[in-house]
Design a protein around this ligand. Structure first.
Ligand SMILES: [Ca+2]
Ligand SMILES: [Ca+2]
Length: 154
C-alpha cells in the first residue's frame, strides 16, 4: 500500500519535472526581470487558493523563530511534522533545497516576503503547486494547530 503510494507520487513528480522543463521557455528567462513580481500563471486565475494565503500560512507555520524569514531547516521541520511517510520520501527527492531554489529569489538562504513576490514564476507558481502546498501542509498544520519549537538556521 505504502509502496504503491510512493510509486504514484514518484510518477507525479516525474510528470511535474517534465512539465516545468517544457514550461519555462518564454521571452524572459530566469524571472529576474522587474515583471517577475507581476507575472501570474494562467492556472492561478481560477485556482481555489491564492499565493497570498499560502504566504501567510508559510509565515505562520514555517517561520518558527518569528523573524519574518523562512530558512531551509524551518521548511524541513514543518514538512517532518505534517507530511505522511510516502510524502516525506517524495519530498526528500525534491528536498528543501528545491524549495529554496524556487522561492529564495535573492539567494541569501532565507525566504522573505519580498522573495515570494519576486518569484511568481518559480515558487508556488501554478495552481497545482498551490493546492499541493495548501492541502498537504497548511491545512494539516491548521487542523492540528501545530506549534513547532524553533530550529537553528545556519
Ligand atoms: Ca524564521
Ligand atoms: Ca532571500
Amino acid at each position: 500500500m505504502i509502496l504503491r503510494a510512493i510509486l504514484v507520487l514518484a510518477a507525479v513528480a516525474l510528470a511535474r519535472a517534465h512539465e516545468s522543463h517544457s514550461h519555462r521557455h518564454s521571452n524572459h528567462d530566469g524571472g529576474d526581470d522587474d515583471d517577475s513580481a507581476s507575472y501570474v500563471d494562467p492556472s492561478l486565475k481560477h485556482c481555489k487558493y491564492t499565493r497570498e494565503s499560502a504566504v501567510k500560512c508559510a509565515q505562520k507555520y514555517a517561520d518558527l523563530n518569528g523573524d519574518g524569514l523562512i530558512c531551509s531547516a524551518e521548511i524541513e521541520a514543518l514538512k517532518a511534522a505534517v507530511l505522511w511517510l510516502p510524502e516525506r520520501i517524495w519530498s526528500m527527492l525534491h528536498s528543501a533545497s528545491n524549495t529554496m531554489e524556487h522561492c529564495d529569489h535573492d539567494r541569501d538562504g532565507y525566504i522573505s516576503e519580498h522573495d515570494f513576490y519576486h518569484s511568481t514564476r518559480t515558487c508556488l507558481a501554478t495552481c497545482e503547486g498551490l493546492v499541493d502546498f495548501t492541502e498537504r501542509i497548511c491545512q494539516r498544520a491548521e487542523r492540528d494547530n501545530i506549534r513547532l519549537p524553533e530550529v537553528a538556521c545556519e
